[in-house]
Design a protein. Structure first.
Length: 391
């Protein structure tokens, strides 16, 4: 039996499609691999493309390396604008977004543009952009090459964005203070997310505590991250504790940190693990006495939360953004108080030996509340509110 085709249903579906407003989701940063910013872009844009499809025609912008959903239309950016191409790519992206992307979109009536990074486009439409932090402006000596281009990018954001989303209230206030004279739009808080395991390991006992307990640091080793503080703190502990540094470290930074460790007499207790895959990372979290983060500045605080959701306590610097994000679920230590860091390490090791089931459950549940689903859902609501309104 041949099924009949309802022409009216087809016509209605086609009409509905063309009556939808068109929005652009910029996924240039959403390539596989990359930094925490790339991870944020991948997780958020993937969910937004799927969630907004029923309300809007979704145009996705991505590089040749992009492997995510292409929405209703896909615009391929050249490979040289990829964040993986280094510092020059900042300039290439700015020029491409301002002068080439508008031409690529010229055949479409675009109502809105979203990017998960603070990089505006040369489009005369509502733009919602995410500002994660102002660290390159706060530490200009550490970001000599990036300082000027980042300032220009933020200036353009202040002129073009109708709404700026910040990953923490501290980052939002930094943005408001910096852009107060230029920015006329709205600023909104949407906390960043973390990968939450499908099954939270409440009842799983800690992996066997190693003969030498260790504190774990995850991330890069730029100066403001103060990995040197964690190293010096090893010399102030009352027991033998190691520090495992996880992540890529360039040779210059590694030699500098090894020199500090040597001068403190703890060189053999500092272990550079390099890049590790997710399985090994999670195993390290589960057996660490604590995740240590002595940073002077942070946009959100993803790593301590990530460690918590796998069971690891957190010992972090006492700065406003970490107080905001981690609440009472971490040990807070003054950034430059080396003796206090040593004492905090000792306390973490002792607490690891006698941690209660209830404490573990509470910490894991707290960290799990920061999911990518929640982050993307909140951003989706903002985009629907922003782009559904008539111009």
């Amino acid at each position: 039996m041949v099924e009949t085709v309802d022409v009216r249903e087809i016509f209605s579906a086609v009409l509905e499609f063309f009556l939808k407003k068109t929005i652009v989701i910029d996924a240039v940063y959403g390539e596989p691999g990359g930094t925490g910013l790339a991870r944020y872009a991948r997780e958020v844009t993937a969910r937004l493309i799927a969630g907004l499809h029923s309300r809007f025609r979704v145009v996705v912008v991505g590089t040749p390396a992009y492997t995510g959903s292409r929405g209703d239309f896909f615009i391929q950016a050249p490979a040289f604008v990829s964040p993986n191409y280094g510092g020059k790519a900042h300039i290439y992206r700015l020029l491409w977004r301002w002068f080439i992307l508008p031409r690529k979109l010229s055949g479409l009536t675009v109502s809105g543009y979203y990017a998960p990074v603070p990089e505006a486009a040369g489009l005369k439409v509502k733009q919602v952009l995410t500002v994660h932090d102002l660290i390159p402006l706060q530490f200009p000596k550490l970001h000599v090459k990036l300082f000027f281009i980042f300032w220009v990018q933020l200036f353009l954001v202040s002129k073009k964005a109708s709404t700026v989303i910040a990953g923490s209230e501290c980052a939002r206030l930094d943005w408001v203070n910096w852009g107060s004279r230029r920015f006329k739009g709205r600023s909104r808080l949407v906390h960043d997310g973390i990968d939450v395991p499908e099954e939270l390991h409440y009842e799983e006992e800690k992996l066997k505590v190693p003969e030498t307990p260790f504190i774990m640091y995850v991330g890069d080793t730029r100066a403001y991250k103060r990995v040197d503080v964690l190293i010096q703190a090893l010399a102030k502990t009352n027991q033998l504790i190691n520090l495992k540094v996880v992540g890529k470290v360039n040779e210059t930074q590694k030699k500098n940190l090894e020199a500090i460790a040597s001068s403190c007499g703890v060189l053999e207790r500092v272990i550079f693990c390099g890049f590790v895959d997710d399985n090994e990372l999670h195993s390290l979290y589960r057996s660490a006495a604590a995740v240590g983060l002595a940073t002077e500045a942070e946009g959100f605080g993803l790593v301590p939360l990530e460690g918590m959701v796998w069971g690891a306590p957190a010992v972090v610097s006492d700065i406003p953004v970490l107080r905001e994000v981690l609440d009472s679920y971490a040990h807070f230590v003054p950034v430059n108080d080396i003796a206090a860091w040593g004492s905090a390490f000792d306390r973490a090791v002792e607490e690891q030996k006698k941690e209660s089931y209830e404490d573990r459950v509470e910490r894991i549940n707290f960290a799990a509340s920061y999911s990518w689903e929640k982050t993307a859902g909140n951003i989706e609501s903002i985009l629907i509110e922003e782009f559904s309104l008539d111009e």
